[in-house]
Structure formats: C-alpha cells, structure tokens
Design a protein around this ligand. Structure first.
Ligand code: GLA
Length: 336
C-alpha cells in the first residue's frame, strides 16, 4: 500500500487572472487530502472515504479518464481517501483530491508525469467533473507548494517561483459560512466576458492588454490591474514589505468587488470585520460568490484576530464562520 498527500491552497492575490494567462500568488496550505492505494489485478477503481463521502466518484472517474488519454495503462486500485480540507470552501478540496488520486493512479500503473503535466491533467479532470472552465492555479499550487513560501505563478509559461513569507506573518483564512453560490454559471460568464474583450482587441489573452486598452471595460480592467498588483505583491514579498503586500491585497478586494463583481455582502462584511479585528490586507480569495476571505496577521496574535473577526461577523450577519490560521506547506507527493 502506498500513500500520497496533496495540499489545499489559499490565494494571497491574483484572482480571475489565471485563465487570462496572467499571474497569481497562492500558497499551498497545511490542510491536505491523503490517498492510500493498493493496485488491483483488474481495472476497477474503488474509492472509499474514511470520513464521509464528498462526491469523490465523479472526480475519480474524471482523473482516470484524463490519465488514460495521456497513456496510463488501465490498472485498477483500491483507494482510501481522507481530507482535512473543508469541502466546497474555496480552499481547493477538489484539486487536492484530484492531485492525490492522480499520484496514486500513476503509481499503481507505474506511469510517470512531470509535475506541470500532472497539474494540467488534474485541471482537465476538474473541468470534466464539474463543467466549470477553471484555470490552472489550484492544481499547480497543490503540486508546487513550498513550506514557508507563497508561489508566484506565471499562468502562461507555468513557471513557479517560491517566495518565502517573512517570519512572524501568519495567513488567516475565514470561511464566510456561505457556500459559493452560482459559481458554475457566473464563473463561466466572467471567463467568457474576458475572452470576448481579448478577442475584440485582437489579443491572445487579457495578459497582453494595457490599462489604456481596457479603461472602459470593468471586467477586463480588473484583470489587467490585478496582474499588476500580483507582480507588485511578489516584489513586496521579496523585500519583506508586509505593509505593501497588505495594501495591494486590499486593493485587490475592491477591484473584485467593484470591477469584477464577484463579492457578496457577507464577504464584504467579513473583510471589514477582519480589518476592525487588526488583520491586514483582507480580501476575498478564489472565485468569489461566497467561500473564504484571506488576510495577514502577526503569527503570535493571529488566532485571536481571527476569533475577534468571526465574533464581529457573526453578530452582524447571523452567519457562523469558520477560522483557520494557515502555514504555507510543501506540494503534493508520496508519504513515507
Ligand atoms: C477558481 C478556479 C481558479 C481561479 C479562481 C479565481 O478557484 O478554480 O482556476 O480561476 O477561481 O481566481
């Protein structure tokens, strides 16, 4: 029996940029999915959840079919899955499931894929399983994570540059308590709107647009300004300038709320509550329409900041949030 782990991720900055060939700055986190697998002599793939099923069947089928298209032999396996990543929270529980299952499926069939190829295969599996035309961020972050570091990813070249998070800084994640609503159709609609502007401008992707070209197009304006913020944020992180990073994160939330229109009243309330509680740079993270907010706080006070923000938010909205203090974790791989 062999075991494989794959982490979830939280995105510090750079949302709705990955499918525009742009830049993102996520970190793999210390919440993860673990798959224990044994090869079978037939071609059956059996997946058992140790703690409640989370709809893994369609993901396993999708991962297996994509790997078969890439040349993996049809060798079956019995797999036990367990995960500490809350399902449907926007912390990439499905990407971690896909990546850990893919590693196990490759292992039992002695099939090898380079890390980037594995991430691309899992992205395709996610699209197939959910019908959502997602980008590469989640799967590539899960594969490429580095302990203690955020990852600057160029979603065109798929190059990954780990950039250490300064000592004493913690990543606070608060789940708004509301599932991501309308994500499927609204996500696809946003992606199509971006591609339409790029096509009208005669560009391959909005990555190549200038701020002047998109000045009157709020959706595209978000993408272009967000790409700039990600590169500035990576610079700030390299210099250890946490204040600058935080102010770019706050500007990112405003742009996602006002130009890209993927925030909700609850996410905005949570961002404000985190600010009042003493966190810096609070912003919605991931697709939006619900899910999580990310912020920065001093490591020694992070749990208290998160609790204060959660109490405040609960009092104002009546919704019960969940808090996490995360550390950047290593990417997916075999467990000893
Ligand atoms: C979802 C997708 C990602 C990315 C984000 C928004 O999480 O899976 O590819 O597009 O939304 O940044």
């Amino acid at each position: 029996m062999h075991s494989f782990r794959a982490p979830g991720r939280v995105n510090l900055i750079g949302d709705h940029t990955d499918y525009n060939d742009g830049f993102v700055l996520p970190a793999a986190i210390d919440l993860e999915c673990v798959v224990r697998a044994t090869a079978r002599t037939d071609d059956l793939v059996r997946v058992t959840w140790l703690d409640g099923d989370a709809g893994s069947g369609r993901y396993a089928d999708a991962v297996r079919s994509v790997l078969a298209e890439l040349g993996r032999a049809p060798i079956g396996m019995d797999a036990e899955v367990s995960s500490t990543i809350p399902v449907g929270s926007g912390l990439s529980s499905s990407a971690a499931l896909e990546v850990s299952l893919a590693l196990a499926l490759c292992d039992v069939a002695r099939f090898e894929l380079a890390p980037v190829e594995l991430a691309l295969a899992c992205q395709r599996a996610e699209q197939r399983a959910t019908g959502v035309p997602c980008g590469i961020m989640e799967q590539l972050a899960s594969v490429s994570g580095r302990a203690g570091a955020a990852l600057l990813i160029d979603c065109r070249s798929l190059e990954v540059e780990p950039i250490p998070l300064p000592d004493g800084v913690a990543i606070v994640v608060v789940h708004s308590g509301l599932p991501r609503r309308l994500e499927g159709s609204a996500y696809a609609e946003r992606r199509a709107a971006c591609e339409a502007v790029a096509a009208r401008l005669g560009l391959n992707a909005l990555r190549d647009a200038t701020p002047e070209q998109v000045a009157d197009e709020p959706r595209a304006r978000h993408v272009v300004s967000e790409n700039g913020r990600v590169l500035d944020a990576a610079d700030a992180l390299r210099r250890g300038d946490v204040d600058r990073l935080a102010s770019l994160m706050s500007a990112s939330h405003a742009s996602l709320r006002d130009d890209f229109e993927v925030s909700t009243p609850e996410l905005d309330a949570l961002v404000e509550a985190l600010g009042r509680a003493g966190a810096a740079g609070a912003r919605l993270t991931g697709a939006g329409f619900g899910g999580c907010v990310v912020a920065l706080a001093p490591s020694d006070g992070a749990a208290a900041v998160a609790e204060r923000a959660a109490d405040d938010y609960r009092r104002r909205t009546g919704v019960v949030p969940t808090t996490y203090v995360c550390r950047p974790a290593a990417g997916a791989g075999a467990l000893a």
